[in-house]
Design a protein around this ligand. Structure first.
Ligand code: GAP
Length: 684
């Protein structure tokens, strides 16, 4: 069967990544380790550029975001408060034969013929006289009772006599034989004695075109694993199944029941491994931001609305890491927690909350037009407007590093998909080569980033678990509240109270009573009059590794050319946006054995090096050097030739270089003195 095109595309990408040093399998010399990847020289540069660009756009370019770099291991209480200890789990199922795990929600529905076995009959010294009989009736024996019935009907006198010896009744054998009730009892005992079977279901979805024998083979392996040595299969049945998710996609063997599996990697702090010093490798960077919210607020002199950004490693013990780096066990996240005023507070201060539609018209859509400056941000934005704003901002970011809108998709999470505390979540998707097509052939894509409106859940949880106040004081609110008419105060109070009560009820600890919850919600709502509230949060959370994979897949382009002799060659060009490209320019002396050319090229190298990552190459023909840089994704190649040295004064080209553009091969001549100014705006 032909390989699906998208798999071939991924194979090419994976192979290029290894060949050119973008991504290597972790621990490759020891056979690798599933779900872990290393970035080689080009990949490390690409990744660094992406993280720098994100950091730049999210913090340095803004007045309203501060940065944080927290530890990977934190107090385990953080993960209790966040809910990760209790609920950060996927359900998994295992192949009964290979023990390979799959995520229950990721098993593709399969249809076809299933061969089911009820169990096996094990051969022993004592039961070998029944072997032919069992063989004859094997398919009809579905359970132990049927097997015993069969044996009962075929017991010989010597079997019964043996049973009477085994039960200590040998001297009464003749008497027992004559008494139907006692004889029946003896038969039952004798048949049990010989019913040496293991009844344990084993079902196999027969791969298309495979004979039943292949299922028998798998069943034999399964029962052998269950400590059966010499046996015959019992109760073989054939059944048609449609869209079943009960079989392992590779082996066809039946899967175990679904079980929850916590995805956090556990470790211990200190030399003693005990329950008291359990710690977790963080499964997301976000929680450190919530835990340090008060410290950052106080030291950065920010006011709500403002955000805290962090880039760093996260670890999840994924059941089935897959699609190259897309789902890994160790990966990096770029997360922003943007803290905003609750809608009731906006309404108290501004009289009205701006609608989300108001945002779209304000935010620039084109990534290369001047960014949406903060003058556009409105103080009357509520959570919907801020959520919309961040979705737009993040799309602009992706466009700005070369991912066209047409390569992206969106998934707006449904009520059923949303976490109980979340008000909305929009996933930004990228159309990866492995992304699924719907029935009409459309590709939605797979998640690059989620932008969630998480209410005040996270800060509230940390307030409750740590006992430290996470609320803020807002003088504007206090002053505005005092001037509100009584009915407005009552209306806002009630809405805030209801929201708090709802949160407190859903997150209540077992020993909390409804009275305590109502009292806490009342205290929280009373805080409004004093200018106090717990901020809400909008969270744009992106994965670095998924973005790198998206950029690589997006950049990959190949051309196959056939020469006069019919020999064809495929050339790969990685069309990275210059902002993310690992090297910004290749610097080539035309010939390596001409010291004047080499000297000049070295001068150009030293000129550019403090400003950007450049690659010096003097080996091989210029064509080969271009090809090498095309594969690395270098957007510009700078060649120092004899005109640079001014060998033909009449051309007036002394101290100029040739710049060759990667994507269309066009060349232009630029003065060395102008080179930096020419390059810088293109790569920033
Ligand atoms: N704090 C919210 C949070 O962590 P998430 O959707 O679980 O949300 C955010 O993760 C992003 O992190 C995802 O959109 C994805 O880009 C990335 N990510 C999550 N799990 C990943 C994995 N196993 N491998 C690679 N990237 C992952």
């Amino acid at each position: 069967m032909a390989e699906p095109k998208e798999n071939l595309q991924m194979e090419k990408i994976v192979s290029l990544c290894k060949r050119r040093g973008f991504v290597f399998q972790s621990s490759e010399i020891y056979g690798g380790i599933n779900g872990f990847w290393d970035y080689g020289p080009l990949g490390a540069e690409l990744k660094r550029n992406v993280k720098e660009l994100w950091w730049h756009a999210m913090t340095r370019q803004r007045d309203d975001v501060a940065g944080l770099e927290a530890t990977i291991i934190m107090s385990p209480q953080i993960w209790k408060a966040s809910g990760h200890v209790d609920t950060f789990a996927d359900t998994m199922r295992a192949c009964l034969l290979t023990k390979k795990l799959v995520r229950a929600d990721q098993v593709e529905p399969q249809s076809g013929t299933v061969i089911r076995y009820a169990g096996v009959y094990r051969r022993s010294q004592e039961n070998k006289q029944f072997w032919n009989l069992i063989e004859e009736f094997a398919p009809s024996l579905q359970n132990i009772e049927m097997l015993q019935d069969l044996l009962k009907k075929n017991l010989s006198e010597s079997d019964l006599r043996q049973a009477s010896i085994d039960t200590g009744n040998s001297d009464r054998f003749d008497e027992i034989k004559e008494n139907p009730k006692h004889l029946e009892h003896l038969k039952v005992i004798a048949s049990r004695y010989h019913a040496d079977a293991l009844f344990k279901d084993c079902s196999i979805l027969l791969p298309l075109g495979k004979p039943v024998e292949s299922a028998q083979k798998l069943a034999n392996q399964f029962y052998t694993q269950n400590e059966c040595v010499d046996f015959i299969l019992l109760g073989e049945r054939t059944e048609k199944v449609n869209n079943s998710t009960d079989f392992h996609p590779e082996s066809g063997m039946m899967l175990t029941e679904a079980r929850p599996f916590n995805l956090m990697f556990k470790t211990h702090t200190g030399p003693i491994e005990s329950g008291e010093n359990i710690a977790y490798l963080r499964p997301e960077t976000a929680q450190a931001i919530f835990a340090q919210f008060k410290n950052v607020l106080e030291t950065s002199r920010q006011k709500i609305p403002f955000g805290i950004a962090q880039v760093g490693k996260a670890f999840r013990n994924e059941i089935t890491p897959r699609n190259f780096t897309f789902r890994s066990r160790e990966f990096e996240q770029m997360e922003l927690e943007f803290f905003i005023k609750p809608d009731e507070v906006i309404e108290a201060i501004h009289g009205k909350v701006a609608s989300a539609a108001d945002v779209s018209s304000r935010v620039c859509k084109n990534a290369d037009s001047p960014r949406s400056d903060e003058a556009r941000l409105q103080s009357n934005w509520g959570w919907q407007a801020w959520h919309q704003y961040w979705v737009e901002e993040r799309v602009r970011f992706y466009e700005g590093i070369g991912l066209d809108r047409s390569t992206l998709g969106f998934h707006i999470q449904t009520k059923e998909e949303l976490a109980h505390y979340a008000r909305a979540c929009t996933d930004i998707l990228f159309k990866f080569p492995f992304s699924k097509k719907d029935d009409d052939g459309n590709v939605a894509g797979d998640e690059l980033e989620g932008i969630a409106a998480r209410s005040d859940f996270d800060l509230s949880q940390h307030q409750r678990f740590s006992g430290k106040p996470m609320g803020v004081f807002d003088e504007e609110l206090r002053a505005a509240w005092a001037k509100l008419p009584k009915e407005k105060q009552d209306d806002l109070w009630k809405r805030y109270y209801d929201n708090r009560k709802n949160y407190l009820t859903k997150s209540a600890k077992p020993d909390e009573t409804p009275e305590q919850i109502s009292k806490q919600a009342t205290d929280d709502a009373n805080g409004l009059a004093k200018g106090q509230y717990i901020p809400h949060v909008i969270e744009p959370s992106a994965g670095v590794d998924r973005l790198i994979l998206a950029l690589i897949a997006n950049a990959y382009s190949e051309v196959t050319e056939t020469d006069d002799k019919g020999k064809s060659e495929t050339r790969v060009t990685m069309k990275f946006h210059p902002r993310v490209a690992p090297f910004k320019a290749g610097i080539f002396p035309l010939l390596k054995n001409k010291p004047e050319l080499v000297k000049k090229a070295q001068e150009v190298l030293e000129l550019l090096r403090p400003w950007m990552n450049v690659f010096y190459d003097e080996g091989g023909s210029i064509g080969k050097r271009y090809a090498r840089q095309d594969e690395a994704g270098t957007p510009f190649c700078v060649t120092i030739d004899f005109d640079t040295l001014g060998e033909k004064p009449e051309l007036n080209l002394k101290d100029t270089v040739t710049i060759r553009h990667r994507d269309d091969g066009k060349q232009e001549r630029v003065a060395i003195s102008e080179l930096l100014n020419w390059l810088l705006p293109k790569i920033r």
